[in-house]
Design a protein around this ligand. Sequence first.
Ligand code: C2O
Ligand code: CU
Length: 474
Amino acid sequence: MALSKSILLNRRTLLAGGAAMFANTAAPRTFAAEPKTFDLVAAPAHMPIVGGAHSETEVWAYDGMVPGPEIRVRQGERLRISVQNKLPEATTVHCHGIRLPNAMDGVPDLTQRAVAPGETFTYEFECPDAGTFWYHPHTNSSAQVGRGLYGALIVEEREPPVVDREVVWVMDDWRLRDDGSIHPDFRNFHDIAHAGRLGNTVTVNGRVTDSFSVHSGERIRLRLINAANARIFGLSFQEHSPLIIAVDGQPVEPHPADAGRIVLAPGMRMDLILDLTGKPGQRYTVRDDYYSRASYPFLELAYAKRALRDNVLDGGTRLAPNPLAEPDLDKAERLQVVLGGGMMGRMMTAIVNGREMDMRSMFRSGVAWAMNGIAATDHLHDPLLTFARDRSYVIELINDTAWPHPMHLHGHAFRVISRNGRAEPLRLWQDTVLIPGREWAEIALVADNPGDWMFHCHILEHQIAGMMGVVRVA
Ligand code: C2O
Ligand code: CU
C-alpha cells in the first residue's frame, strides 16, 4: 500500500522542551517505600494529530493525550497504575515487556476481568529490568490501540550513559479519512488476511512530525517504541550512524544496525545513541524504507545554526545487563511452533473453537491465522504450550506464511539464538521477535515466571484473527 503521508502533512516541528524530552539529570539512589503512582483515565478525546488547518482527530486516549502520560520509574522501584475506564467499552492495561506477576498482566479473561465502563482497576508491581517498555490495552486491541491508547513506560538504569538529551519517539501509523477522522474499519478482512491495518499517516509522539531539532556535537539517547497496529518501520539516518544499545529494553553490546537500517516491528523498542555529527544549519533525512515500494521521508534532523560543541561526547554507551536467567541450551527441552494461514498461505484447515474448519469457512468467519494448527479467537483457551517452572526451553518458531509476524511473549524475555539455521552472533534478548515470511528462528528462555501468558503476533489484526496462544508456566 502506498503511503500518502503528503496529503495530511504540514510542517510541524517537534519542539524542544515538549513532553518527549528530558534532561539527563542523575536520579537519586534512594528507594521510596511507597510505590510510584500514576492515575490514568482512558476516555475519548480530541487531538491535533495532523496539525495545521486540519481539524482535530477524535481519538481514545489516556488523560486526553496521545501518547498517554509517560510512566517513568527507577529499576527495582514499585509502580502503581490505576486506570479509570471512561471509554464506551471494557478495557485493560498491559505493560508490554515488564516481567511482572501474572495477575498484573492486563489480559482480559485470562489474568483479570476486563475493566467495564465506569470502573477503575489498579495494577501494582515491581520493575525488575531497566529499559524502554510501553503500555497499551489488551482488549479489542486493534481498535483501542489503533485509536490512540498507548504510552511509554521507561525504567531508568541506576547508571545511565552520559548524554546531552534523552528523547522518546513513540511511533504510530494511523488510517485517517480526508477530514482527519480515524477510519473505523477495524475488522476489515483484507487487513486481517494480509499485512494488517497499514495506515496513511505516520506520527511521532502523536503528531505528524516533519523535523526534529538538533545541535551539532550533541549526543542523544533515542528511545524508539513502535506502537503501530501493523506498520514495520525500517529507518536509515542519512550520514549518521546510530548505535543500538538496547533492544526491547534489554541491553546489548553497542553496535550499528545491519546495513544501517533500524528495523522495528509493532511492539518492539530500541534504544539508540545518536551522535549528531552533521553540520550546523544542515538538514539530514531519516527515511523509512521497510516496504521497498513505499519508501518515504520519516522526518528530517534539522541542525541549529550554532553547534553545541565541536566533538561529541565520547563516554561509554554500554548498559549494565538486567537480571535475566540464562537458558541452559544443553538441557533445554525443544519445542516447535508453526505459524500458518493468511493469503497466499499453505494452510488448508485449522481448529477453531475446538472444531476443524477449512480456510474458506475460516475466512468467512473472520479468522485467518493459526499457531500449531489452532486458531484462538479469545484470550481464554487451552494452553498452546505448557512449561515446567524454571526449566529451559528452545522454541523453533517457523513462519509458514507469506507475511512477517512479530511474535510477542508476555512475562518473559527470550534470547534469539538462530535465524534460518544460522547462529545469531549477538543472541539478543527480546520480548517480540520479527520473523519474515517463510523464515524461522529459534528462541531460548527459562520459564521462570509462573502463570498463563499470551504468546501472539503483535500485528493486532493477526492477533484478533487467530494468531495467539496461551503459554502456561506451571
Ligand atoms: Cu504489547 Cu500482548 O502485547
Ligand atoms: Cu502476524
